[in-house]
Design a binder for this molecule. Structure first.
Ligand code: B12
Length: 141
């Protein structure tokens, strides 16, 4: 069991939408997590670098501008190359472009290696419950 669980947050790529990730960061902090908030327009490689530096347990990534699938090609593979096999990858926001079936997004992002994928306006507290469950399964909580 770790003393404190570290979660990295941020909006990936050149996505400027910052409000959601700020709310996510605030709630995670209030729930006792050590939050490393990278803010908006964070390149995928920056998530990986900071996860290594901080020995992070999870990444809570946001994307709203519809380009996440392009931004995140090969992301899981890069995480593995960087030795981050054990870091939980969660993503939320508005993952697709225009009107689309969210279930398809969920499948796409799971194929890209994300452990959990959330629909628009997801309940952050429910995601934190998922995180606790996943951390318990890894013996970290
Ligand atoms: C405000 C806004 C902007 C502002 C952003 C200001 C800022 N600094 O953040 C400005 C004006 C800059 C902007 C720009 C653009 N925008 Co805009 N924007 C919005 C708007 C109106 C609200 C977004 C928002 O802040 N929501 C409130 C927050 C609290 O919600 P949220 O981010 O979804 O986060 C919540 C949950 O989703 C969840 N959550 C979020 N992330 C995560 C992660 C995890 C792991 C979990 C568990 C949960 C979670 O928790 C949060 C709290 O409840 C939306 C429309 C909408 N209704 O969403 C369009 C919208 C996102 N924008 C859109 C677009 C197209 C753009 C532009 C490309 C427009 C343009 N042509 O220039 C640019 C993109 C620029 C860029 N480089 O990113 C589109 C995206 C379309 C798509 N995906 O198909 C939207 C949906 C509007 C639309 N209907 O077309 N935008």
């Amino acid at each position: 069991m770790k003393d404190k669980i570290t979660v990295i947050t941020g909006t990936v790529g050149v996505d400027a939408h910052v409000i959601g990730t700020k709310i996510v960061s605030r709630i995670l902090g209030e729930q006792g997590f050590n939050v490393v908030a990278l803010g908006a327009q964070t390149p995928p490689e920056e998530f990986i670098k900071v996860a290594q530096e901080t020995d992070a347990d999870a990444i809570f990534m946001s994307s709203l501008y519809g380009m996440a699938e392009l931004d995140l090609q090969g992301f899981k593979e890069k995480c593995i190359e960087a030795g981050l096999n054990d870091v939980l990858l969660y993503i939320g926001g508005i993952l697709g472009v225009m009107k689309h079936d969210w279930k398809e997004d969920e499948e796409k992002f799971k194929r890209l290696g994300f452990d959990r994928v959330y629909p628009p306006e997801a309940d952050v507290m429910a995601a934190i419950e998922d995180l606790k469950q996943d951390l318990r399964a890894k013996g970290k909580l």
